[in-house]
Design a protein around this ligand. Structure first.
Ligand SMILES: [Zn+2]
Ligand SMILES: [Zn+2]
Length: 243
């Protein structure tokens, strides 16, 4: 297993975030490792395990970040790297309004955001054991420059979007399509016992034949993750020039 060393707190072992992982994916990884529902995992992490969960993908309050630090040992910067807020300086400037006080993300205009689902590189999902990247939630991310395939965002069997945010779909969607198999039958939505089940790792992804597309994606990626660069820069060595 190539997993990073897990974080231990309160007698519970929490999986560490994967580099670039989205918050919802990490929560689901925690849920899967603890063998509990996503809602229960959120409560274990000190967050409301409610249907309003999607707001936590935008930002967390300082109190919630501190609660996570106490429970998991994760620094606030590590958690914020998993939230949409990370892209406020670049792709999602609307999240930077009001100096950080975001209206729960509910009314945010989102032309570049896959808000309620995710695209994915099936080969990355397979290699990471089911970690979904925050960058895949941006429409700016259209291919995987590591595996040279275009991202997929719909299940080839049922045609529904991947990694739907609703809690009912649960942690299983890290590796499989768990959308309801019966879309039109009267009982199709009851209990959720019948799911599509198509493995994400086996979803066919279109190979990238255009080298220029890879260059463009790499360039866009670099522009979108400026915050990663400034995070790693020694504090005293920056800020000598504004242009
Ligand atoms: Zn990939
Ligand atoms: Zn499906």
């Amino acid at each position: 297993m190539a997993e990073e060393e897990p974080v231990r707190r309160l007698g519970v072992v929490f999986s560490s975030p994967f580099p670039g992982e989205a918050f919802v994916s990490w929560v689901d990884t925690v849920a899967a490792s603890l063998r509990v529902s996503r809602a229960a995992a959120l409560r274990t992490l000190g967050l409301p395990g409610s249907a309003r969960f999607s707001t936590h993908q935008f930002h967390l309050s300082p109190e919630q970040l501190e609660g996570l630090r106490r429970r998991t040992g994760l620094r606030p910067a590590q958690v914020e790297r998993m939230l949409f807020r990370f892209y406020a300086p670049t792709a999602l400037p609307q999240l930077a309004e009001d100096n950080g006080s975001i209206a729960q993300g509910a009314r945010v205009s989102q032309p570049w955001l896959r808000r309620d689902h995710s695209a994915a590189c099936p080969l990355c999902v397979e290699a990471s054991g089911g970690r979904w990247l925050l960058g895949w939630r941006l429409k700016w991310t259209f291919l995987c420059a590591d595996h040279l395939v275009y991202l997929v965002d719909r299940c080839p069997r049922c045609g529904l979007r991947l990694y739907w945010r609703l809690e009912a779909t649960g942690a299983g969607q890290r590796t499989h399509c768990v959308r309801p198999a019966a879309r039109n039958g009267r009982g199709g939505r009851r209990l959720g016992t019948t799911v599509c089940g198509f493995p994400v790792a086996e979803m066919p992804a279109l190979p990238v034949g255009d080298e220029e597309a890879v260059h463009v994606q790499r360039r866009v990626q670099a522009l979108l993750t400026l915050a990663d660069v400034s995070h790693n820069r020694p504090r005293a060595a920056c800020c000598s020039s504004s242009s």
